[in-house]
Design a protein around this ligand. Structure first.
Ligand code: BES
Ligand code: ZN
Ligand code: ZN
Length: 482
């Protein structure tokens, strides 16, 4: 994907994208055709005028998300074409370069790893003739948006990759690859370390897999231009990710239909890898630790069983459902983070934790839970800036008893699935130290991270949900003093 800023007219082989609202004056011939085909009847209608090589996209609203969807619609309508052109002023001052880049790069993504078809590189020329903005500033914003979108597509590629080709060690290798940049560092821990250091939950969940479980600790520390670590970064953030490379449900085995797509169960960890990849190319003045629990939840003679009791941190957990494995993995990662990293300002965990979060919000929205209204407010703002949807679910004192166990300190899952998204995060709350309660948020991304439909500028399958949201949050805190 290539995007260039130029000050020139459209070339003959380029398709010009024209985003139409209600008021534009068009050549009468074009106008007549658009009237005839009822072009303005529904949002994102397209009309391709082959003689002039122009594609018109109707936009009812000119908000930022609509611009991204419209660009994506244009590119996907003309799949065979590779060269596109747009005038930065084609939609008055609302048009931001970031939205053009997201619409184009995210909208034209295809997962072709297992198809005969080859990826066609597409280019977009943005004509900057009529803008007052400095080319240097635009160029900087273009590079930043490209880096963000490439990180989103990197996440999509991995989450779409089946478990036969992507397992815990593959995830560790991806982290090590990102760690080659000088502002990054990485430690990988295997099952020996887990057994020696009481990371019993990750070990138990991954025990029946032929692939060794991995705990990945990847860090970003801001550097100044000479490559030296900056002294007082604005904040220290921990990002915890559920990296279940395949979720069969374990001995509480999923039924056939419910197991299909469970390659997506690593999406929390991989989205965080995407954020770290973006950070490695940025200079945000923060310190970020990614703690990823990479395991495969399988069946086998040594699998963890319902009724088993494991110790996580200083609490014992009675397993009632081996399919509620994500919360076990996350709990171990949260305990590891609070023990090994000091003075944390924010802890965010991302996970495809429950089908219930899809039931609650309908699949396009991440469910967010936590104790701090102030922090949720920051996330609401990041949601608006990024275009990723979030919804908040409440904790509930009456539900606390649901996880009471007769033999251990708590159960890992309730008897029925009512309110499972809330119960799952209340389980995690047990592993957040008092001093961090208001610094922690849980994101259940089961819905938006993987969908079996195209939506907006998201393709079938993995979407990279969480990357843009978290990056917007990080950008915000990296400019503000705490
Ligand atoms: N990985 C699933 C959650 C999931 C469901 C992700 C659908 C993506 C799409 C998780 O491990 C799981 O199985 N959760 C159970 C929890 C239950 C046993 C309390 C669920 O949602 O049914
Ligand atoms: Zn599960
Ligand atoms: Zn799972």
């Amino acid at each position: 994907m290539n995007i260039v800023l130029e000050n020139r007219k459209k070339k003959d082989d380029e398709i010009e994208i024209i985003l139409l609202k209600n008021t534009e004056k068009l050549p009468s011939k074009t106008q007549k055709i658009l009237d005839k085909i009822n072009f303005k009847n529904s949002k994102f209608n397209t009309y391709f005028e082959i003689s002039s090589k122009k594609i018109f996209v109707y936009m009812k609203n000119k908000d930022r998300e609509s611009i991204k969807i419209a660009i994506s619609k244009a590119v996907n309508t003309l799949k065979k074409y590779t060269c596109f052109y747009i005038d930065i002023k084609s939609l008055n001052k609302e048009l931001r370069i970031e939205d053009l880049v997201q619409g184009f790069v995210l909208g034209s993504y295809k997962f072709l790893k297992y198809k005969k078809k080859e990826k066609k590189e597409k280019t977009l020329c943005i004509n900057i003739k009529n803008t007052k903005e400095q080319t240097k500033d635009l160029q900087k914003r273009l590079q930043d948006s490209l880096s963000l979108c490439q990180s989103v597509n990197f996440v999509r590629d991995i989450v779409n990759t089946p478990a036969q080709d992507f397992y815990p060690k593959t995830m560790a290798n991806e982290a090590l690859e990102i760690a080659k940049k000088k502002n990054m560092s990485c430690s990988i821990y295997g099952e020996d370390y887990m057994q020696e250091n009481s990371l019993n939950a990750i070990y138990a969940v991954g025990r029946a897999s032929r692939h060794e479980s991995q705990l990945i600790h990847l860090s970003y520390k801001a550097c100044n231009p000479t490559g030296m670590r900056t002294k007082n970064p604005k904040a220290k953030i921990v990002l915890v990710g559920k990296g279940v490379t395949y979720d069969t449900g374990g001995l509480s085995l999923k039924r056939g239909d419910g197991m299909v797509s469970m390659k997506c169960d690593k999406a929390g960890a991989i989205s965080i890898l995407g954020v770290m990849k973006y950070l490695s190319q940025s200079n945000l003045d923060i310190e970020v630790h990614a703690i990823l629990g990479a395991v495969e939840n399988m069946i086998g003679s040594n699998a963890c069983k319902p009724d088993d009791v494991i110790k996580i941190g200083n609490k014992t957990v009675e397993i009632t459902n081996t399919d509620a494995e994500g919360r076990l993995v996350l709990a171990d990662c949260l305990v590891y983070a609070q023990k090994n990293i000091n003075n944390i300002d924010y802890i965010l965990d991302l996970a495809t934790l429950t089908g219930s979060s899809i039931g609650a919000f309908g699949g396009y929205t991440s469910a967010v839970l936590g104790h701090s209204e102030k922090l949720k407010n920051k996330i609401s703002k990041a949601s608006k800036r990024s275009g990723e949807l979030v919804g908040f679910l409440p904790f509930n004192i009456y539900m606390q008893d649901i996880l009471k166990s007769g033999v251990a300190d708590i159960l890992n899952s309730s008897a029925n699935k009512n309110g499972a998204a809330i119960i799952g995060s209340m389980f995690l709350d047990n592993f957040i130290e008092k001093k961090y309660k208001k610094k922690w948020l849980h994101f259940d991304i089961a819905g938006p991270s993987y969908r079996k439909v195209n939506w907006g500028y998201n393709p079938y399958g993995a979407t990279g949900a969480g990357v843009r949201l978290v990056v917007e949050f990080l950008k915000d805190i990296s400019v503000k003093n705490q």
